[in-house]
Design a binder for this molecule. Structure first.
Ligand code: ATR
Length: 276
């Protein structure tokens, strides 16, 4: 019996994931016959859960917290952007059962900024807050847009410095700590720390955002994150959270699996309505 192609998102926890809704809407819109589910997979079960999914004939997986690094390790081959980010959010299962790993987070962010919000990156002074996994995932696609410079600032300064060094062959970037920000100004500030998740805000000088600047928090929530609020209070033209990036990274994964690009605007609107 022929059934629909199977896809899933693995993560832990996973019950609040919006990915099944997003991909189901993409599939309806593009008339693709597929089924996308969410599976709670703790890190220690990741390898066997992937093997079982492949054995059942699964076609592709998304991996989220805390599995992206394990997915990077398990992939048989990696795109350059995944290789550099040391994290995989999309696995493509090929006909022979091997795994191609990719990371669509960065391109999702760039698409949301440029296409959905008309925030250009070329020639701009950009600051990324944080030097963890989320930050590493977005740097290469950001550098490909040729910003004037890209600064990475982190609480643990050595991690920002190492990250800047790792990506130095791709563009102009620097790493430092929050104390270096006192006399700096940026056209775009991106919060890639996990501070929002615990209701915290990194220590930012009041003068940090340039006139006509924008703010973007990779995290999203039903209400403004502390960083989105900071942006609004400090004159940002737009102060956005990561809901659009979530949909755009999913669209890129859908394209990798099905070779067809879903239209994202309607899906973003549905998610916006859902959160009221
Ligand atoms: P993720 O995968 O979400 O990036 P991570 O790899 O654990 O998670 O990285 C979390 C990032 O948020 C780090 O850059 C961390 O700073 P440190 O490297 O100094 O730990 C940053 N972070 C977390 N809470 C923060 C806070 N309250 N203020 C500033 N930075 C914070």
């Amino acid at each position: 019996m022929q059934t629909s192609d199977q896809y899933a998102v693995f993560g832990h926890p996973i019950s609040h994931s919006k990915s099944p809704l997003i991909h189901t809407l993409f599939a309806e819109q593009t008339q693709q016959s597929l089924n996308y589910s969410a599976q709670d997979v703790p890190a220690e079960n990741f390898a066997s859960a992937v093997d079982q999914f492949i054995a059942r004939g699964g076609k592709g997986l998304n991996c989220t917290v805390p599995l992206k690094e394990l997915a990077w390790q398990k992939a048989d081959r990696l795109s350059e952007r995944a290789q550099m980010s040391k994290a995989v959010n999309t696995l493509i299962i090929t006909d022979d059962g091997s795994l191609t790993g990719d990371n669509t987070d960065g391109v999702g962010l760039v698409t949301d900024l440029i296409r959905n919000h008309q925030i250009e990156l070329k020639g701009k002074r950009i600051l990324i807050l944080g030097a963890g996994g989320a930050s590493r995932g977005i740097i290469l696609p950001m550098l490909e847009q040729s910003p004037a410079n890209l600064a990475i600032t982190n609480r643990t300064v050595s991690k920002a410095e190492t990250m800047a060094e790792d990506f130095s062959k791709y563009g102009k970037l620097s790493g430092g700590g929050f104390s270096n920000l006192a006399s700096e100004q940026f056209d775009l500030i991106i919060n890639a720390t996990s501070a929002s998740l615990s209701g915290d805000l990194p220590p930012l000088p009041d003068t940090l955002l340039a006139e006509q600047g924008n703010c973007y928090d990779l995290a999203y929530a039903n209400q403004d994150t502390p960083f989105v609020t900071w942006g609004k209070q400090h004159g940002a033209i737009k102060s956005l959270d990561g809901l659009g990036m979530l949909v755009e990274q999913a669209a890129e994964a859908f394209y990798l699996w099905r070779n067809i690009r879903p239209e994202t605007q309607a899906v973003i609107e549905i998610l916006e309505q859902q959160r009221g």
